[in-house]
Design a protein around this ligand. Structure first.
Ligand SMILES: *Cc1c(COP(=O)(O)O)cnc(C)c1O
Length: 390
């Protein structure tokens, strides 16, 4: 059996743990060296300078490539550095189609930076097949997908988008941050390039920032490698090691967090104050069937609406277990308020058009005891109801 034959729960261990032949050390050393000594003028070793390649980063890049079923992986300083690098494979005069429900940082990059380099964009509801087909231009080179989307958890049918994009000779890039390869493998569904904010589930402990790219073909991998080395937004060596540490428990964390998210989603649906729960794991959620066709879980992120900003303010004040902050994908449960956090740059009208109502909260469920979490929400909801009565 080779590593590729193992299941993911074995792979996360075997790709991150490599006994050193010289010492037996299980973990790859944190190879803190910017430069590497060369034997002589005529023989150069595998490594010369850490921007171009580093042994610790190599282990991480090979691990994510293996987990995503790609040919080559790349590690960057942040998710946005990875996403920027992916867009730099485009050229002046190219056009990209981007999902309406894209991460805020990606929206900013596409709308405010790419035009400076002569790259055009169109935002499209990727659910709307006719709108997607109509958005292609002769110079369209990439369709950019993110599913499930933030914070509505809207699900995009990856295979459908891939089919249409490839018919138009465009590549598909997919941000797989919310699912991770444990739950969804976009390259197996035909996607050409996968992106991650490694800051979230892959690192898993709200400690480091990181970004990753995995490519399907060697050619696209070569293009990304050239930009990674030329632009230089590589992940620092110590953070590569921390990300490897995070990946070791990715399988068990994702499963525990998703089980908690499903339980809390069902529980929230029964609470009178909750008007709506968005979670792809719920059988009555709109994208549920597509989700379970292309992924094996609904994930660990959900959102729910408690009617008003006023109720949100009270809830945040009363809750004791979840931390109230931006970000997601960690062992601790993180509650965030998209209208004032991730989507603060949108106008109220733009937010409402995307289903981001004033009472909407996003919950990234951690590994705490699910009954403790429910009891905490129950006491907070009771206090809000009490205040409404007096
Ligand atoms: C956080 C996030 C990013 C950006 O990653 P950083 O590590 O913060 O730069 C991109 N996409 C998604 C879906 C994210 O959640």
């Amino acid at each position: 059996m080779s590593i590729s034959d193992y299941s993911d729960d074995t792979k996360v261990i075997k790709t991150t743990t490599r006994p050193d032949p010289a010492t037996g050390a299980l973990n790859p050393p944190i190879q803190l060296s910017s430069t590497f000594a060369q034997p002589d003028l005529d023989h150069f070793g595998k490594y010369d300078y850490t921007r171009s390649g580093n042994p610790t980063r190599d282990v991480l890049e090979e691990s994510i490539a293996e987990l995503e079923h790609g040919t080559r992986g790349f590690a960057f300083a942040t998710g946005m550095a990875a996403i920027s690098t992916a867009f730099l494979t485009l050229h002046q005069g190219d056009h990209v189609i981007v999902t309406n429900d894209v991460y805020g940082g990606t929206f900013r990059l596409v709308t405010e930076l790419l035009p400076n380099y002569g790259i055009e964009y169109s935002f499209v509801d990727l659910d709307d097949e006719a709108a997607l087909k109509a958005a292609f231009k002769p110079n369209t080179k990439v369709v950019y997908v993110e599913t499930p989307a933030n914070p509505t958890l809207k699900v995009t049918d990856i295979k459908k988008v891939v089919k249409i994009a490839h018919e138009h000779d465009a590549l598909v890039f997919a941000d797989n941050t919310f699912m991770t390869p444990i739950f969804q493998k976009p390259l197996d569904l035909g996607v050409d390039l996968v992106l991650h904010s490694g800051t979230k589930f892959l690192a898993g402990h709200s400690d480091i920032l990181a970004g990753l790219i995995v490519t399907k073909t060697k050619e696209l991998g070569d293009a990304v490698y050239f930009i990674q080395n030329a632009m230089g937004a590589t992940l620092g060596v110590s953070d590569c090691w921390l990300l490897l540490r995070g990946i070791k428990t990715l399988g068990i964390r994702m499963k525990a967090e998703a089980a908690n998210a499903l339980a809390i989603s069902k529980w929230l649906q029964e609470q009178p104050i909750v008007q709506r729960v968005n979670y792809p794991g719920l059988t009555d959620f709109k994208g549920h069937d597509v989700q379970f066709d292309q992924a094996i879980s609904g994930g660990a992120v959900l959102s729910f609406d408690i009617g008003s900003e006023d109720n949100v303010r009270k809830l945040v004040k009363e809750l004791k277990i979840p931390v109230f902050s931006v970000s997601l994908g960690a062992v601790e449960t993180i509650l965030s308020y998209p209208p004032k956090m991730s989507h603060a740059e949108l106008s109220a009208d733009e937010r409402h058009a995307r289903g981001i109502s004033d009472g909407l909260l996003r919950l990234s469920v951690g590994v705490e005891d699910v009954e403790d979490l429910e009891a905490d929400f129950a006491q907070a909801f009771a206090k809000i109801a009490e205040k409404q009565r007096v």
